[in-house]
Structures are given as C-alpha cells and as structure tokens.
Design a protein around this ligand. Structure first.
Ligand code: PAF
Length: 296
C-alpha cells in the first residue's frame, strides 16, 4: 500500500490509474477508523482500486469543539486499511493542505444552512473546502461517505454537482453496534453510563419509524414525541426519580425533513429523514433514520 503526503504525488498515482481506464473508489476519513469506515472501503472495492485519505481537518471544527482531543491513531489506521485491500492512502499535513498564504474557501450550498449548519457555524465551509481539495488531489471516479453524517453527504453531493466535480458521490448506510448505537469515532469519549444513555438516539429513531409505519405522517406529532423521548419526559414511574439517566443532557434538534434537500415537511408525503443531534456530557452525538414508504 502506497502512502502519500503530498497532494501532487497522490494525484499522479490516481491520474495514472484513471488514464488506464480504471475506476478508483475514494474513502475520505479523519482517521480513528472503525467498522463504519471499513464498510465504506468495502463499498469502494466495487471499483478497480481503492484510495483512502486520513486528515483531521482543522477548518471544520469550531473554536469550542474537540479538535485538540480528536483521536489520532495513524499506525493502527494504516494497518486496517492495508488489511482491507486499499491501494494507497493520502495523509497530508496541515502545511500541505493550508500552506502560508492559503485564502480560498468554498461557499457551501443551500442544503448546509439548517440543522448542523445552525449548530456548527462555519463547519460546512470547512467540510466542502477540504473535500474539494481532497477530490482534486484524489480525482477518483467514485467517493464514499457515510449516511451517519446525512447532511454532510447531501452538502457534498450538492457541492460536487454545482461545481461540476467529476466524481460520483455515494452515500453508504450507517453501521451500528449490536445494540443499535451508530458507530462514531467520538463514541470512545463516552463513559459506561453515557454509552448507555447514547442508545436513546437509535431507540428514538426506531420509535419514530414504528409510528410512521403505523400510519402517523404528521411531522409535528412525530417530532414532539421524539423530543419528549430524548428529554426523558415519558419515563415510567419507576425511573422518574432518576430522570437524568434517561435523557440527553442537551437536545440540539430532533427534526423530520425532506431526504433530498432537507427542507421542513408538515407531513411525510415524500422521502424524508428524521435527524437528531444532542450532547451527552461533553460529547456531541448525531444519528438519523430515513423514512420512506416502500412502493411495491
Ligand atoms: O466525515 C468525515 O470524516 C470528514 O468530515 C471528511 C468528509 C473526511 C472531511 O474532513
């Protein structure tokens, strides 16, 4: 497996494969790899070659976010990518990505303006700028992003479409622990007690999907019930004396929106997605569930 630090070296490698008519699947990551990332690699293996990147992009973290403590496990990550059959890994430094004098950023598309865009000002500007730079260094035929970061996937898809990036953007299903918790590099911050509470996200999404499949399509009703669950307002009498054990510490949003452009819906009359973000202790967690009526 090749490891490139410079964008030029990565581009020469990928361009040579593409000029031989081969497809290249790209898996951009921030490292701290887990089974979710490896499932993206597995999807990318439908291409002739797989290239990954590992780069903790500082410009997508807010001033009070976890950039300094974000887990960095480079050697273990490289070993996992090698075992997964990746051909090359692009591992740039901050100086290579943002050299002295760097001053260009990408204006993120409209779909970035709500939800994460509201909670994390500047986040998507950092994401679309770095992803465009990564796609310029790795001009792959296909690039794979997890739907766990649902809005990020839609934002990158819109940026890529609007700016005529020649790479096909593919969203891949969220990988979950056996009990339903969505895999995330940030789960390792959770204490045992917080880890138990983090299950509220997937349980709430399961509850909303069950209600939807049972015929409830009014989003205000579904959203209110999500919020009550996430804030521990429907705990049973036996647990009511310890309500903090059954709630998020802060709920940032629990919303149901159109799956394509993430605009609000009053009823689920088209493909939709329920999205949740909140804090448990100092850890920020997100999760989502697509709500689509199967048409036979
Ligand atoms: O999802 C991530 O890991 C990051 O946001 C990405 C897409 C690699 C850009 O830094």
């Amino acid at each position: 497996m090749e490891v490139f630090n410079s964008p030029e070296a990565a581009r020469v490698f990928v361009s040579a494969l593409r000029s031989q008519g081969r497809t290249v699947g790209f898996v951009p990551t921030m490292g701290a790899l887990h089974a979710g990332h490896l499932s993206l690699v597995e999807s990318a293996r439908s291409c002739d070659a797989v290239v990954a990147s590992i780069y903790v992009n500082p410009t997508q973290f807010g001033p009070n976010e976890d950039l300094a403590k974000y887990p960095r496990t480079l050697n273990a990550d490289l070993e996992q990518l090698r075992s997964a059959g990746v051909s090359a890994v692009f591992v740039p430094t901050n100086e290579q990505m943002y050299p002295d004098g760097f001053s260009t950023t990408v204006e993120p598309p409209r779909v970035s303006e709500t939800l994460e865009g509201t909670c994390r000002p500047g986040h998507f500007r950092g994401v679309v700028t770095v992803v465009l730079k990564l796609l310029n260094a790795v001009p792959a035929s296909h690039a794979y992003f997890g739907k766990k970061d649902y809005q990020q996937w839609r934002v990158i898809e819109a940026m890529s479409h609007d700016l005529n990036v020649g790479t096909k953007i593919i969203g891949c299903e969220t990988v979950r622990e056996a009990d339903g918790l969505a895999m995330s590099s940030r789960n390792r911050y959770l204490t045992v007690e917080q880890r138990a509470r983090a299950l509220l996200l997937s349980e709430t999404l399961q509850h909303v999907e069950t209600a939807f499949r049972g015929g409830e399509i009014q989003t205000d009703i579904l959203q209110n019930s999500m919020r009550r669950m996430l804030l521990g307002e429907n705990v049973s009498a036996t647990t009511a004396n310890a309500p903090n054990l059954h709630r998020l510490d802060t709920l940032q949003y629990a919303q149901i929106v159109s799956a394509h452009d993430l605009t609000p819906l009053s009823s689920i009359d088209r493909p939709a997605v329920a999205l949740i973000a909140g804090m448990i202790g100092t850890t920020r967690l997100i999760d989502n569930r697509e709500l689509t009526l199967d048409v036979n």
